[in-house]
Design a protein around this ligand. Structure first.
Ligand SMILES: CC(C)(COP(=O)(O)OP(=O)(O)OC[C@H]1O[C@@H](n2cnc3c(N)ncnc32)[C@H](O)[C@@H]1OP(=O)(O)O)[C@@H](O)C(=O)NCCC(=O)NCCS
Length: 187
């Protein structure tokens, strides 16, 4: 577990499933992430890490900031209710394909907390775990090219990741019409 005066990063527990589901669903509805069912989340929960906002329930300034969300998808009262009910504000999943390859999945940071370094913190935590298992390559399939480039990833052809293509892409409903980009980092 890592903590600062504002945030705590920890491994997820089954008690986090509802809040992770809500966070992912928010971005899945906006087509930025693939949706996950609660059933899938319970089965994968040991591979998730989450970030909590310390004192989120009292933080009115953060709530005011959310009202200025650029795309207008979230209004102040929605965000206020989210933060009051859940102080879980970010999550990520490390999925291991082989002894050489892992993927960062289901990376999401609550809109009110974008730009605080939390996305980077979660990806670095995934990388550290992969590195501790001597895994040499980590990748993501994403629309967030600039974010991943900023943290040391580079674009590759998805076909250079056959483990992903043949295990998951071919059974995905978006196969053949997927516009996500593959980015990798050597660890
Ligand atoms: C992508 C996402 C996880 C980034 O999280 P974040 O906490 O806002 O990112 P960070 O604050 O850690 O950003 C790290 C760096 O990337 C940059 N960055 C982040 N998002 C960026 C973007 N969309 N465009 C350009 N740069 C970006 C930041 O400015 C920061 O740079 P700096 O170190 O020079 O300050 C967040 O925007 C999100 O949850 N998006 C919706 C869900 C999604 O698309 N997830 C990705 C699925 S793989």
């Amino acid at each position: 577990m890592k903590s600062s005066s504002e945030f705590i990063l920890k491994r997820a527990s089954v008690d986090d499933v509802d809040a992770i589901f809500a966070l992912l669903d928010f971005f899945a509805l906006r087509k930025l992430l693939l949706p996950k069912t609660k059933d899938q989340l319970y089965r994968q929960i040991r591979d998730f890490r989450v970030i909590y906002k310390i004192g989120a329930k009292d933080d009115e300034n953060e709530i005011e900031d959310c009202g200025q969300s650029q795309n207008g998808l979230m209004n102040r009262s929605q965000v206020e209710s989210d933060i009051k009910n859940h102080s879980l504000i970010a999550c990520a999943h490390l999925d291991i394909f082989t002894n050489q390859l892992a993927e960062v999945k289901s990376l999401a940071v609550h809109e009110a907390f974008h730009g605080h370094g939390l996305g980077r913190m979660l990806v670095e935590d995934c990388e550290n775990e992969a590195r501790s298992m001597q895994i040499k390559t980590i990748f993501a399939l994403t629309y967030q090219i600039k974010f991943f480039e900023k943290i040391g990833y580079h674009l590759v052809d998805i076909q250079s990741l056959p483990e992903k293509v043949f295990k998951e892409c071919v059974v995905c409903p978006f196969y053949g019409a997927c516009n996500e980009n593959a980015l990798i980092k050597r660890l």
